[in-house]
Design a protein around this ligand. Structure first.
Ligand SMILES: O=C[C@H](O)[C@H](O)[C@H](O)COP(=O)(O)O
Length: 356
């Protein structure tokens, strides 16, 4: 269909004033609608971008003013998506659904670009879900508590601060990373040093994966050495994780490999040694918002070892630790005493060493 000058101008204005200011999901809807209803493409699109848009649009059908992705209604606006989420996240019995169930309920009827990412983000932001109390029963007055790192631990710190305030507890926290130190300080909890308090009553941490024998992979967020030191100085080491980290064997859920902290000059020899002894690939972890590799709180590099078979993890851990230049590994063998899994339906599952 030839385009006349006015049409081009109109499209350009629409592109500049409208489509470009929509967020990704809304823009995709408008673009697919324009392609299917009038064969129109954004004027600034190159040939290859038009091709990509055309194949994406071919998955939709137009019914009147509505778009359907297979038999699911394609949601047009962010407000509509948010309203549908609120409706589906809360079951008819008033129960708040977890990420998986909220996804399944919404994805059965609706579609929008980036919907799983949105649901994964909105569920933990829900006021009720985020204040669901975490199991922190082991902590008592005058205890020294090791505090791990990562995103799960943020909720632990908040809950601990709440208990300290409400129950007027004296709790002394040993952080395992710079992130945790700041969080503890900001929330008003007491920070103490491991040098002065050798014995920790209880250490609490997250994990990337937990196997059926309570072996853990840790270090996905770049912290492992200080976490292992603190866990090993604790009378009991408790892990809090969600159901997606629960597996029967390591590697079943966590696909990013076992982190190994190495001093910078040793990363190539250590990587080669791991690969030649155990197979798989051990790659230097690169930073996302910085050029070059991730640098740990201890000034070291991280290798992520993607293994391709099951191993005796205790033996592997010992062998890797003996390699010159290795600071520590993200394998936490025989350290955790109990793991609390937050399940999809809001319940808590406990795996305890004494019950294995
Ligand atoms: O490197 C970070 C720590 O080992 C974390 O405990 C682990 O990566 C789990 O983090 P998150 O709670 O963010 O899943």
């Amino acid at each position: 269909m030839p385009l006349y000058r006015n049409q081009w101008r109109q499209m350009l204005i629409e592109d500049l004033l409208f489509i470009r200011f929509l967020d990704d999901m809304e823009r995709k809807w408008v673009e697919v609608f324009n392609v299917l209803s009038a064969g129109l493409y954004p004027v600034f699109y190159s040939k290859s971008k038009r091709y990509t848009l055309r194949s994406y649009a071919s998955k939709f059908t137009l019914q009147g003013e509505d778009l359907f992705f297979e038999d699911k209604k394609a949601v047009k606006s962010r407000e509509e998506a948010r309203a549908l989420f609120e409706e589906f996240h809360i079951a008819p019995n008033g129960k708040h659904l977890g990420i998986g169930k909220s996804r399944r309920a919404l994805c059965a009827k609706y579609y929008w670009f980036g919907m799983t990412r949105d649901i994964d983000k909105w569920v933990p932001e829900c006021d009720k879900c985020k204040t669901r109390p975490l199991a922190l029963a082991p902590i008592k007055d005058n205890q020294i508590v090791g505090i791990g790192s990562g995103s799960t631990i943020v909720h632990v710190i908040k809950r601990l601060a709440e208990r300290v305030r409400k129950e007027n507890l004296n709790v002394f926290c040993v952080p395992t990373s710079f992130q945790t130190r700041l969080l503890i300080q900001d929330i008003g909890l007491m920070v103490i040093d491991l040098n002065r308090h050798l014995e920790i009553d209880v250490a609490i941490d997250g994990a990337d994966e937990v196997d059926s024998e309570l072996n853990l992979i840790k270090g996905g967020c770049g912290c492992l050495t200080q976490e292992k030191i603190v866990a090993s100085c604790a009378k009991s080491f408790i892990v809090i994780a969600d159901y997606r980290k629960d597996s029967s064997a390591l590697g079943e859920q966590w696909k990013k490999g076992i982190p190994v902290e190495v001093i910078p000059m040793a990363y190539v020899p250590v990587s080669r040694a791991i690969q030649s002894q155990f197979g798989g690939s051990a790659d230097l972890r690169m930073a996302v918002s910085k050029a070059g590799p991730v640098v740990t709180d201890n000034g070291n590099f991280l290798l992520d070892w993607r293994f391709d078979q099951e191993h005796n993890w205790s033996a592997v851990n010992t062998t890797i630790k003996m390699m010159p230049g290795v600071v520590d590994t993200g394998l936490f063998i025989n350290l955790a005493e109990r793991v609390y899994f937050g399940m999809e339906d809001g319940t808590v599952k406990i795996r305890d060493k004494n019950m294995l």
